[in-house]
Ligand binder design. Structure first.
Ligand code: TXA
Ligand code: MG
Length: 358
């Protein structure tokens, strides 16, 4: 199959949206930009179309998809009920980078929900995404448009790297704004529970609906912190190794100076063994390291810049011959937590305490 890329930022993109909508209604896949990452869309009400998403991504079939809608009227038919707290959150944050979990209605096939009786729904805040969704006339199931296990795509070129020849159409809206996936909140729990951290933080949610709980998989810094036994993250996708670069990747936590010293020491050790080493740091620390593959992902003063660059930095390392990547950690309850959650998974939970080592 040939994959077409169509630019939707031009004034006259109406025909392209019509064509995309037709493809979706015929049960085909279309990749599209959102404010978080690019999505790989299919008709959410058609289990067979959803199955094509799993095939194109190589995604485990127990990992459910998010249904994307363009207006509130489209929510009602998908869910058994809309809890009042969900209404409040929708009013405040939709369209936006928030996904809410509801009890699903009969209309939503198990092919979309990975066999679950709940459905995840999101209204993206991106003009191209909204116009695309309106042209589809059906809710659109869409995971991030990457091959399963690779970093999520933040440009149409990233999508092409992973989906070339597998899907008919990519809508190109340029680089996305936020760069990490939406916050997921389970509205069937009381209090509502964050299953995946994102741009909308716990504090922002609590301002609207009071107490909000956090699934322990969100804050875990090691596999052992998840506990042994049969603990299962409530968002099935959170249990898979995600966003992984090809190189071995490890993170360093601790005081700023100790982290820098430990990374520099490790870089020397790896290089002494002939291993090409990359470093992921920030604007504030970049000049403390030396080497060809020292990459700043943004400024700690503006964590939005870090979120926006995170996945493309990880992807870019795959185009180099770097064998080992050493990364600095991020902290806090806000966006820093969402960033660290992605990095720690990319590193397969390899986290070294620089304060202990020195
Ligand atoms: O920002 C985003 O949310 C992007 C854009 C494209 O909208 N989408 C996205 O989808 O990140 P995906 O498939 O990569 O991640 C969906 C996550 C997975 O961890 C999945 O397990 C969880 O949502 N999820 C979906 N439905 C669920 C449900 N009913 N219950 C619990 N978790 C669910
Ligand atoms: Mg994903």
């Amino acid at each position: 199959m040939e994959t077409e890329i169509k630019n939707i930022t031009a004034q006259n993109s109406k025909e392209i949206f019509c064509m995309a909508g037709e493809l979706i209604r015929k049960g085909e896949l279309v990749a599209f930009p959102t404010e978080t990452v690019y999505g790989l869309g299919a008709n959410a009400l058609d289990g067979e179309a959803a199955a094509k998403i799993y095939a194109a991504k190589g995604r485990p079939s127990d990992n459910p998809l998010i249904a994307h809608i363009a207006d509130m009227e489209a929510l009602e038919p998908l869910v058994k009920q809309i809890p009042s707290k969900a209404k409040q959150l929708a009013e405040r944050f939709w369209p936006g980078p928030l996904t809410m979990i509801f009890e699903k209605s009969e209309l939503v096939p198990y092919g979309t929900t990975g066999g679950l009786d709940t459905v995840a729904v999101r209204m993206p805040n991106h003009p191209g995404a909204l116009e695309f969704l309106r042209a589809c006339h059906v809710p659109v199931a869409a995971p991030s448009a990457n091959t399963s296990g690779r970093p999520s795509p933040t440009t149409a070129q990233h999508v092409l790297q992973d989906m070339n020849g597998k899907i008919p159409l990519i809508l190109d809206g340029g680089k996305v704004g936020i760069g990490i996936e939406s916050t997921i909140v389970d509205m069937t729990a009381e209090p509502p529970m964050i299953l995946r951290p994102g741009y909308i933080t716990k504090e922002m949610l609590e301002e609207v609906v009071g107490a909000v709980a956090v699934d322990k998989v969100v804050v875990a810094k090691s596999v052992s912190e998840l506990g042994t036994g049969d603990y299962q993250p409530k968002a099935p996708g959170m249990k898979y190794r995600h966003y992984a670069p090809k190189a071995e990747f490890m993170m360093y936590e601790g005081s700023r100076e100790n982290v820098i010293a430990a990374i520099r020491k490790r870089q020397q050790e790896e290089q002494a063994q002939g291993k090409k080493t990359g470093i992921i740091c920030t604007d504030e620390s970049k000049n403390r390291y030396q080497g060809v593959h020292v990459v700043s992902i943004g400024s700690r003063e503006q964590e939005e810049t870090i979120a926006a660059n995170l996945y493309s930095v990880l992807r870019d390392f795959d185009d180099t011959d770097v064998e080992v990547i050493l990364g600095e950690s991020f902290y806090g309850d806000g966006l820093g937590q969402a960033i660290m959650n992605r990095l720690i998974k990319a590193a397969g939970y390899k986290l070294i305490n620089a304060d202990e080592k020195i």
